[in-house]
Design a protein around this ligand. Structure first.
Ligand SMILES: *Cc1c(COP(=O)(O)O)cnc(C)c1O
Length: 392
């Protein structure tokens, strides 16, 4: 069984009791014990639940880790990793970090004496230069949101190892269908399974996978102690999503590459961000560490204004205006007013999130229809521009 898809599909157990091919949803809070402390492996569903365990075993196989834990959201998963740290410890994090992680680090953990240093990790030397004796955790996303910045996992993993700190990779954007950080030197992978793993925009979930079982046991202790576990029904939905992950992600990549090419040739577009474009910074690293470039494409308009972006994102028909990504249906969002609204304008712009930046989550519709939709939206904003010009 060498093929990852075969291995994945057959890592989902059939039910030993009834032969059910689909993992049963064990919708129960507690489990009957034969005598105090004598049970069938489960005693209380916060501590462990068979449906959740099936998901945890599956994602550990898929990410090539030794332990995994499923949480009620991606942020709950991130929160569990930060709880490995102690007061006085420092985190070195990618500067273009997911907004929710920034909020958690800054507005929740700072007051407990955990400091975060943000650096541009796309240049590996920056990581080396920013490490202090107190750095216990390096936190990267690659590709990042929304400008798809690429960092070298293997090179940063070596620095982490030499410095005695852990490397955690938020692998949400690539998904394990494209990138396996634990095989490149990372100690921990986290996911917002809300995105590609769930894949259908119908749930909120998070996962932590560790290379070492011992570290995984610490995460499981925190999971049980803090209690933000994934429900059995949502665990079942994520399993169902993962079954078709590789197939879906392959098509997301094909569609995104086509859309990125179209945008690059459009006269109204200023800059296109997509790791699959040869001109994208660190394109070579993306090509080396991942076997595809993902389904998210961002771009800025020549008319770099909030008004122009607004006109664009309200003119598409197939691309629905919504936060989130990774589902079968195409979505678009305007980070300056949506996902990155809480970040001060100067910091936001310095991170490359321009006023007109638009992020696309390219879905599984026919690529030609998606391109037609973007095309007609460009035509609408051009007509609007001409009307405005005629008025002045
Ligand atoms: C969405 C997202 C998260 C947070 O996950 P939730 O499931 O929304 O809590 C974390 N990291 C990245 C990169 C994300 O895109």
């Amino acid at each position: 069984m060498n093929g990852i898809t075969t291995q994945l599909i057959h890592s989902i157990p059939t039910d030993p009791l009834t032969g059910a091919v689909s993992v049963p949803i064990y919708q129960t809070s507690t489990f009957v014990q034969d005598a105090p402390g004598i049970n069938k492996g489960y005693d209380y569903s916060r501590t462990g639940n068979p449906t959740r365990a099936a998901l945890e075993n599956l994602i550990a196989v898929v990410e090539k880790g030794n332990s995994a834990a499923a949480f009620a959201s991606g942020l709950a998963a991130i929160d569990a990793v930060i709880k490995l740290l102690e007061t006085g410890d420092e985190i070195l994090a990618v500067d273009d970090i997911y907004g929710g992680a920034f909020r958690l680090f800054t507005h929740v953990y700072q007051k407990f004496g955990i400091k975060v240093n943000y650096v541009d990790t796309t240049v590996t030397e920056n990581v080396l230069n920013a490490i202090t004796p107190k750095t216990k955790l390096i936190w990267i996303e690659t590709p990042t949101n929304p400008t798809l910045k690429i960092s070298d996992i293997e090179a940063i993993g070596k620095i982490a190892k030499a410095s005695g700190c852990l490397l955690c990779v938020d692998n949400t954007f690539a998904s394990p269908a494209l990138q396996l950080p634990l095989t490149l030197g990372a100690n921990i992978v986290v996911h917002s399974a809300t995105k590609y793993l769930g894949g259908h925009s119908d749930l909120i979930a998070g996962l932590v996978i560790t290379k070492e079982k011992e570290l995984g046991d610490k995460i499981k202790f925190i999971q049980n102690a803090s209690g933000a576990v994934l429900s059995s029904f949502d665990s079942w939905l994520v399993i169902r999503g993962i079954e078709t992950l590789h197939l879906r992600v392959k098509q997301h990549c094909i569609n995104a590459q086509a859309v990125a090419g179209f945008l690059q040739s459009h006269p109204a577009v200023n800059k296109v961000y997509y790791p699959g474009l040869p001109g994208h910074t660190n394109h070579d690293i993306a090509a080396k560490q991942a076997n595809g470039f993902g389904g998210v494409v961002s771009f800025t308009l020549k008319d770099d204004t909030v008004d122009a972006a607004n006109a664009f994102v309200t003119s598409t028909h197939l691309f629905k205006l919504a936060e989130s990504l990774g589902g079968v249906k195409s979505l678009l969002c305007h980070p300056a007013q949506m996902t990155h609204k809480s970040i001060p304008a100067e910091i936001r712009k310095a991170a490359g999130v321009a006023d007109s930046l638009i992020r696309l989550s390219v879905g599984l519709e026919d690529a030609t229809d998606l391109i037609d939709d973007l095309s007609q939206s460009f035509a609408k904003i051009k007509a609007r521009e001409e009307r405005t010009k005629a008025l002045v």
